[in-house]
Design a protein around this ligand. Structure first.
Ligand code: GCV
Length: 719
């Protein structure tokens, strides 16, 4: 082989090897520590000359490595490791255990406000020397503090003014993976499951470590590995061994492993006759199983359970309540320190009652009956992660029971991984909603952070949008939803705009005009999806089963509350689901102040109008338009807003990496097609009832209604 060919082969090898994980792919998420502008870097280097960071745990070691790798990337090598404070520019990182002298300094006062996982980052004079300090009570706190400090550098902020003291308001901050053991992901749009069960425990994919880094960097401290529609196999020894390997990899990053438990596992795995929670044999089976799990995973977090919901087995199969089922598992976990997250996403198999009422009807009477290590996991809204729902009426209604939030990060009903929809605004809309459970300012955030009712066990779950896609989430902007979820789990009162800006800066850099144009685009993006899918409080209009695209015509299925016509109730007389006293009465599940807000269609916010009311097509909106005109306005406006997003993005050409630029450009073009499809299908469908024309000046749909009704989509992802 001649030398030229050898060189070419070598280069091809090197390039191919580096390509898949190249920064351009988005693989590095918000942790891509590219060099900062020269002036910014020089300024930081003056203040960051030495590093005093004793390492006494695996987590310390991870934190130190993360810090050095990132700082070297951002600034170039500058931090010299030292054992004592230097005259100027020491970065001191430690806990009272690793740096006992810290306890004698004024700065140690902050340790009283950071708990077990929080941290302080301060620029201060110590022994007369200007110093930057990251301090915490634990190694986990140090790790979080280091990631936060790296964010400060990425955003190019002034470190001489640093004065941050923070701790998480929520104790358990989890991802829920709806990942099946065959590696498909229910409602997953970013490839297959990250967990390569077949090659575990032997092969430790480096990606597991990168997953842990990404989560730790946004404060996530737990992960439920398998789908809530659970396979009992997950609880068998071979799979526990695999899960234990993942737990070992995640542990230094402060992340605990949890599992979804199939309630009927004692029958399937233990050959018992039933899974009745009051049967002593069943109880013993779970006690033994839990003890076995802890032998594999000593810090196992606990179980997530979907019971008596959508065909899953549960305690009601034996005439027992959800509390009796949850408490049996809680008793098995309690000696080991584990928790049960028991989902409130339940609706009767046969019950024709308004589905929005059923979880409340089922769980409210059980308030106060759960063990201390049970927390009830409630979706943000009463139906199912729709583009917009009012907050779930259970929030504020069970003061004697810890309630946790379940958000969906994966965009099952918000355009999968082709639509750009920043969900920080959706999360915060729910979290900041006032339940009035204990007078004004009884926000959902205060219910779940325990401050309203004094609950000690607090948690939040996000249904993960991660998969084997090289950029983790499919859509580059969907990374922002993972990021925002982590930030809001740490602080449910956090501002969605601040988080979006943080993500933008850490992902695309600090170009002021880029941030200034992309930030408003992100902040509007979820509303845009609402406009072209389910405006004015409409909900559940999507395609059958796969949930892709519009399907307002879906009817006559095995149960009414899986159809669209059940929810929109469109007819010649009008549209919308009456949930007031004259209808299903679901509104009565809220506090009187909330009822007062929504009960009168004249004052009900437009966003929730058709969620709570059935109104005639010529109903006069606050804007003066008829309901029909307003509906059309939202559908057409939504499509125009996508076109605006395309223009905003096009203006970034040359300012962001060309691969990501092209990907987002192409996805926005798909989003425009999908938005147009939603608009045309829904407007034509509803028009047959309204009998009113599409307002002047708006283009007519390209095809007749039958065309849209007959569209077939094959092999849609996520099922
Ligand atoms: C995991 C919706 C989804 C299901 C999901 C269910 C749940 O119905 O479409 O895929 O199942 O919610 O949250 O349990």
């Amino acid at each position: 082989m001649n030398i030229t060919i050898r060189i070419l082969l070598f280069l091809a090898c090197v390039c191919c090897h580096n390509l898949p994980l190249a920064a351009q792919s988005g693989y590095r998420l918000w942790l891509d520590f590219k060099p900062l502008p020269t002036e910014t870097a020089a300024n930081y280097k003056q203040q960051l000359r030495a590093l005093l960071f004793p390492v006494t745990s695996q987590t310390d070691s991870v934190a130190r490595q993360e810090l050095l790798t990132a700082v070297n990337g951002l600034l170039g090598e500058c931090l010299k490791s030292v054992d004592t404070l230097q005259e100027t520019g020491t970065l001191v990182i430690g806990t009272p255990a690793t740096l006992p002298w810290l306890a004698g300094e004024a700065i140690a006062e902050h340790l009283r406000h950071v708990g077990d996982e929080g941290y302080g980052i301060h620029h201060t004079a110590i022994k007369g020397k200007p110093t930057t300090v990251i301090l915490a009570n634990t190694s986990s706190g140090i790790l979080y503090g280091v990631y936060a400090f790296l964010g400060v550098l990425q955003r190019g902020e002034d470190i001489s003014q640093l004065a941050t003291t923070t701790q998480p308001k929520i104790a358990l901050r989890l991802l829920n993976h709806w990942d099946n053991l065959d590696r498909t992901v229910e409602r997953g749009y970013a490839g297959f499951s990250l967990w390569d069960w077949h090659r575990l425990p032997g092969y430790r994919d480096p990606r597991y470590t990168d997953y842990a880094r990404a989560n730790a960097s946004i404060g996530i401290n737990g992960t439920v590995l398998n789908n809530v529609n659970a396979n009992a196999l997950m609880l068998t020894a071979p799979y526990l061994e695999k899960a234990a390997t993942l737990a070992d990899i995640f542990r230094p990053y402060g992340i605990k492993v949890y599992l979804s438990a199939r309630f009927s596992a004692p029958i399937e795995l233990g050959s018992l006759a039933d899974a009745d929670p009051l049967n002593p044999e069943v109880q013993q089976w779970w006690n033994d199983k839990v003890a076995e799990i802890y032998r594999y995973i000593p810090d196992f977090g606990g179980f997530l359970v979907k019971a008596n919901s959508e065909g899953q087995p549960g305690p009601q199969n034996y005439g027992r309540s959800h509390a009796e089922g949850a408490n049996m598992l809680a008793d098995a976990l309690n000696p080991h320190g584990g928790v049960v997250m028991w989902r409130a996403f339940v609706y009767e198999d046969t019950e024709p009652e308004d589905r929005a009422k059923q979880a409340y009807n089922e769980f409210k009477p059980l308030d106060g009956q759960f063990r201390d290590n049970v927390i009830v996991q409630v979706k943000n809204g009463a139906i199912d992660f729709q583009p917009r729902e009012p907050f779930h009426p259970l929030f504020g209604a069970m003061p004697g029971t810890p309630l946790m939030m379940e958000f969906q990060i994966t965009q099952e009903y918000l355009g999968f991984a082709t639509n750009l929809a920043y969900l920080g605004t959706l999360f915060s809309e729910t979290l900041l909603a006032d339940t009035y459970a204990d007078g004004p300012h009884s926000t959902v955030a205060r219910v779940i952070d325990g401050s309203l009712t004094g609950q000690k066990l607090t948690a939040m779950a996000g249904v993960a949008n991660t998969g084997t896609a090289i950029n983790w989430t499919g859509h580059p902007f969907a990374q922002a939803n993972w990021f925002a979820y982590g930030k809001m789990a740490w602080d449910p009162d956090a501002d969605a705009g601040t988080i979006a800006e943080d993500w933008l800066r850490r992902t695309f850099g600090n170009d002021a005009s880029l941030i200034g144009t992309l930030l408003p685009m992100m902040m509007q993006s979820r509303e845009t999806v609402v406009n072209y899918m389910t405006p004015l409080g409409l909900h559940h209009l999507m395609g059958w089963s796969h949930h892709y695209g519009p399907g307002p015509w879906i009817k006559d299925k095995q149960r009414a509350d899986w159809t669209s016509v059940y929810y929109h109730q469109a007819g010649k007389d009008g549209i919308g689901f009456d949930r007031t006293a004259s209808g299903s009465g679901a509104l009565s599940q809220y506090a009187p102040e909330v009822q007062a807000l929504f009960a009168d269609p004249q004052t009900c916010p437009d966003e929730y109008l058709l969620w709570f009311h059935h109104l005639p097509w010529d109903f006069r909106m606050k804007s003066g338009e008829t309901l029909w005109e307003a509906l059309c306005g939202h559908y057409y406006g939504g499509v125009e807003e996508v076109a605006d997003m395309q223009a905003v993005w096009e203006a970034q050409r040359g300012k962001v990496d060309s691969t990501v630029f092209q990907e987002v450009s192409d996805l926005l073009a798909i989003q425009h097609q999908e938005a147009t499809l939603w608009r045309d299908a829904c407007v034509l469908y509803f028009q047959q009832f309204s009998g009113m024309p599409i307002p002047d000046g708006l283009e007519q749909p390209e095809h007749p209604l039958e065309y849209y009704e007959n569209l077939q989509f094959h092999f849609v992802p996520g099922i």
